[in-house]
Design a protein around this ligand. Structure first.
Ligand code: ASP
Ligand code: MG
Length: 420
């Protein structure tokens, strides 16, 4: 059994979707569980729908939703002949559910509506791709992952109920493979015990695939991307970025932690726990070697560069010039935990604590307000956090030239500078 994940870019248009049969045919006589994301930028488009809806701009929400709807119906029409009607009816059911929701005024929190609306992206893409593959003679079963992946109700960042999900995987997915070689399902989404849809955090499909790999004891997981494999920097920002052909779990966790957009940070643990190798391969050219990620130790890695834009530095200065001690530090961590804020970097000094965060204005405002009861609070926005693993002084020099460094933190392996 192998688990594959195809990201949004690999199903973003007809030309790309029509590459899937060839890829899947090259794994004959294999049991494959395939996790697919929403097509292209659908998740972003759906986010705009929910925002408009929640802010009371209902007409705009409908208009934006209609675009998503048309795109998918058109896609289905192009790709399907024999299976068109069946697929269309499934697609329309998903769409109608959202349209009903958009008709009512929001009564609950934003994140709840976000998940109910955004989850449709994955449902639509998998319904279309599954019907298309069946039509191409690649028989498969489509599964609504919300019947399998059970989560808590922490909408937008839901946690998986491991025990319940494992039981569903064993009782539902296991038997499916007795009569099918290919099962197609959605990444990123799940459901609560009250059948409310949830999402696992942006880019969460990698994680879904890893959960399945773990629970099915898969021999490997492959993430199919539109890039060669894992690079040592984002090729859009750094044209001389190069492929890293071999990495280990620890390194990838570190990279993801520092914000590399390679693989969803939660992906590694389920794989590491069962020693399942992760391949990152290019669906545009299957013959490229890609990257393998496993448990072995690896020497001589190149500098790995991660840039995080839109950073905010929150400076907390103790009010009465008393030393920052365990009480102040504890208060800060409690505050971060209560607001569910993940700090990207924390530095403490004699009378100050400095925290670098992603710029989420509502959270930062809340944090600043609460922190102001203990500290004098200063906020600086518009910063960039540069992280280099296995850094060379020359790389650091090159990347910080002409910038003003406002904070620096360093260990033998990693250097981080916050700059503007
Ligand atoms: N469609 C979701 C997103 O764009 C999940 C994923 O692609 O992994 O974040
Ligand atoms: Mg994606």
């Amino acid at each position: 059994m192998k688990v594959f994940k195809f990201g949004g870019a690999s199903v973003s248009n007809i030309e790309r979707i029509s590459r899937l049969p060839e890829i899947l045919r090259s794994y004959p006589a294999e049991k494959l569980l395939v996790v697919i994301s929403a097509m292209g930028k659908t998740t972003n488009a759906l986010e705009k729908v929910v925002e408009a809806y929640y802010k009371g701009r209902q007409e705009e929400a409908f208009l934006l939703f209609r675009q998503v709807k048309e795109t998918h119906l058109t896609m289905a029409k192009y790709l399907l002949v024999k299976n068109y009607l069946a697929a269309e009816s499934r697609i329309r059911d998903f769409l109608t559910e959202i349209e009903w929701l958009l008709h009512d005024r929001p009564l609950r929190e934003f994140d709840y509506y976000y998940d109910q609306v955004v989850c449709v992206g994955e449902l639509l893409s998998t319904a279309i791709v599954s019907a298309y593959l069946n039509e191409m003679g690649i028989e498969n079963k489509w599964v609504d992952v919300r019947d399998i992946i059970r989560t808590d109700d922490n909408f937008r960042d839901a946690s998986i109920d491991w025990e319940h999900t494992q039981a569903r995987v064993s009782s539902v997915i296991g038997p499916l493979f007795e009569t099918a070689d290919l099962v197609i399902t959605q990444g990123f989404i799940g459901s609560t015990d009250e059948n409310e849809s949830t999402t696992l955090g942006r880019e969460g499909s990698d994680y879904t695939a890893a959960v399945f790999a773990n629970m099915l004891d898969a021999e490997s997981q492959t993430i199919w991307k539109d890039v060669e494999g894992v690079m040592n920097a984002d090729p859009k920002e750094f044209p001389d970025a190069r492929l890293i052909s071999e990495l280990n779990y620890d390194e990838v966790i570190e990279m993801a932690y520092y914000g590399a957009q390679v693989i969803h940070p939660k992906t590694i643990k389920p794989l590491q726990n069962k020693g399942i190798p992760l391949y990152v391969k290019c669906f545009l050219d299957r013959s490229l070697p890609g990257t393998v990620i496993h448990n072995k130790s690896i020497k001589g890695l190149p500098p790995i560069i991660v840039l995080k834009m839109n950073q905010v530095l929150v400076k907390l200065h103790s009010r009465d010039f008393s030393f920052v001690g365990e009480t102040h530090t504890a208060a800060l961590y409690q505050l971060l935990a209560s607001l569910k804020i993940k700090p990207n970097l924390i530095q403490s000094g004699a009378v100050t604590l400095q925290v670098c965060l992603d710029d989420k204005p509502d959270k930062i405002e809340k944090m600043a307000l609460e922190a102001a009861t203990i500290f004098n609070v200063q906020i600086e926005k518009g910063l960039t956090l540069l992280t280099i693993r296995h850094y060379l002084e020359e790389t650091l020099q090159r990347l910080t030239t002409g910038k003003q460094v406002v904070l620096r933190q360093q260990s033998p392996e990693t250097v981080q500078v916050l700059m503007k």
